[in-house]
Design a protein around this ligand. Structure first.
Ligand SMILES: Cc1cc2nc3c(=O)[nH]c(=O)nc-3n(C[C@H](O)[C@H](O)[C@H](O)COP(=O)(O)OP(=O)(O)OC[C@H]3O[C@@H](n4cnc5c(N)ncnc54)[C@H](O)[C@@H]3O)c2cc1C
Length: 475
């Protein structure tokens, strides 16, 4: 099946076997209903598959994978399909089984004393946040797609988001996993221990593996005490050096309780204000660079943000700022941040990079990379923002307003080269949080040392000797 309605297929007997595992409500075998599953969020990739399967138990996943292993049928796992790199979209000529985990959405156990939740892979991230919140706990992973991405996808991409500075990325938030291996065997690594030094830590193999080593079916997640107060501000900052200086100060003054430090530059904010519903200019005068800064505290009277802002004004680092006075104001400021990817998408074609460099190198990197790209294409529009607290920038470029999309994309490789060579020069990462998928596979192979790639290929061959798991992604 493909989005344009053409049919690619496996033998009827195999299809029937697979369908019978999941029952009537668990499969899609017509192109119309399958379309949404065969295109990615950014609309960059369109794939084909033989069948969409929507199992609702680990045993069903295991039985499906056993049949696929026997017949060497490829398997593409898919969660909420919000990934940025086409990792969940099958290839254009694929006969894969597209395995969607959305019906595996049970909370298996909530242990508030152990500060853990054991959940199935298809749980929506926001549902887990809400369930933890109701029990006075916090599950801190937070990102713009949290209303539709799934915890299995978050694990498979080692998702980051806006709270990494304080709580770490997905890898840091997991104690155990359950995984269906490429053989169909179920690996039960669902431990809920904070100390366990018994050999290799196998769960880490699957986190960030983008569905190439197995299907994650459940996870035991770490919960945290729910903060009693959030102090949130939107500040106009004088320049890039000042952003980095303010970040260091905020960490110091708050005793490292900064939960988010997001940098927003003017062009993506303009796109969000232009395209987003009910978004308003946060400060009276426009500025080139802003910080959305949040301190999470267990003390409701904590005033460290105000002190930090006062010093920032005195020292000329900040020119204007607003502190959220209510939960409504706080959420309005966050809506601006969350709408940036959508606003950019609505503005039109752009060439995107999700990069990281050491925090202290951000100003020098930006000062070198922007002119390097604008020297190449004068009217290109730099659109960068991101999780500056983690050294992670979404370092994107919107097409010149008078250039056609097709023409713009003929420059994609050249622009990628300019940016990623500089990322390498600054000892950064070409993919800070979105993973590799199909989009960055060639860059990944180019910029990663041979020994790293060889070790990864050996691991892949050991776990998935027939290469059935999400082929063409990552490696
Ligand atoms: C508006 C917006 C904002 C975003 N902001 C952020 C952000 O701040 N930080 C960030 O890190 N990402 C961000 N993303 C990207 C995306 O949301 C994350 O990558 C997310 O973790 C993907 O989850 P998903 O369930 O949608 O996975 P999918 O897109 O369905 O899949 C992603 C990859 O994981 C694999 N996979 C999915 N489920 C499983 C499973 N159960 N077992 C094995 N493999 C599996 C797929 O094969 C694919 O390779 C954003 C996306 C959008 C649209």
């Amino acid at each position: 099946m493909s989005p344009d309605g053409t049919v690619s297929s496996l033998p009827d007997t195999t299809l029937d076997q697979l369908k019978s595992i999941v029952g009537e409500n668990g499969f899609i075998d017509n192109a119309t209903d399958a379309t949404a599953y065969l295109t990615d969020w950014r609309g960059q990739y369109r794939g084909t598959c033989a069948l969409v399967l929507r199992p609702n138990t680990t045993e069903q996943v295991s039985n499906i994978v056993k049949i696929c292993a026997e017949h060497k049928i490829t398997v593409v796992p898919q969660g909420g399909n919000t990934g940025m790199n086409g990792g969940a979209t099958p290839a254009v000529d694929s006969n894969a089984v597209l395995l969607c985990l959305g019906r595996m959405n049970k909370i298996r156990k909530l242990d508030t004393l152990n500060y853990t939740a054991t959940v199935e892979a298809g749980c929506i991230l926001q549902t887990i946040q809400d369930i933890a919140d109701e029990e006075g706990r916090l599950f801190p992973l937070s990102l713009g797609a949290e209303g539709s991405c799934q915890i299995g996808g978050n694990l498979a991409t080692n998702a980051g988001g806006v709270s990494v500075l304080r709580y770490g990325n997905m890898r840091d938030l997991v104690l155990g996993l359950e995984v269906v291996l490429p053989s169909g065997e179920i690996w039960n690594g669902l431990r809920s221990l904070r100390k366990d030094n018994t050999g290799y830590d196998l769960k880490h193999l699957f986190i960030g593996s983008e569905g190439t080593l197995g299907i994650i079916t459940a996870a035991t997640l770490k919960l945290f005490p729910k903060p009693k107060s959030y102090q949130t501000c939107f500040a106009a900052i004088n320049g890039l050096d000042e952003v980095v200086e303010l970040l260091a100060r905020a960490r110091q003054v708050s005793g490292d309780r900064v939960s988010s430090f997001e940098m927003i530059t003017r062009p993506p904010l303009d796109f969000a204000l232009k395209h987003g519903p009910n978004l308003t200019e946060p400060l009276s005068e426009p500025s080139d660079i802003y910080g959305l800064i949040e301190i999470a505290s267990s003390d409701p009277t904590d005033e460290s943000l105000e002190q930090f802002l006062e010093r920032g004004f005195e020292d000329g680092l900040i020119t204007d700022a607003i502190i959220a006075q209510s939960e409504g104001q706080r959420s309005a400021l966050w809506k601006l941040r969350e709408y940036l990817p959508e606003g950019e998408k609505e503005e039109g074609a752009s060439i995107k990079h999700d990069i990281s460099v050491p925090v202290s190198s951000i100003p020098a990197f930006v000062r070198k990379a922007i002119p390097a790209v604008t020297d190449y294409m004068a009217k290109i529009r730099p659109v960068y923002f991101g999780h500056v607290g983690d050294g992670n920038l979404h370092f994107n470029f919107a097409k010149p307003t008078d250039m056609a999309d097709d023409e713009f994309f003929t420059h994609k490789d050249a622009i990628n080269h300019i940016v990623l060579d500089l990322v390498a020069e600054f000892e950064g990462s070409i993919s800070a949080e979105h993973g590799i998928g199909q989009l960055k596979r060639d860059s990944f192979l180019h910029y990663t040392p041979n020994l790293d790639i060889n070790l990864m290929r050996q691991l892949k061959a050991a776990l998935d000797p027939h290469g059935i798991m999400n082929p063409g992604k990552l490696l």
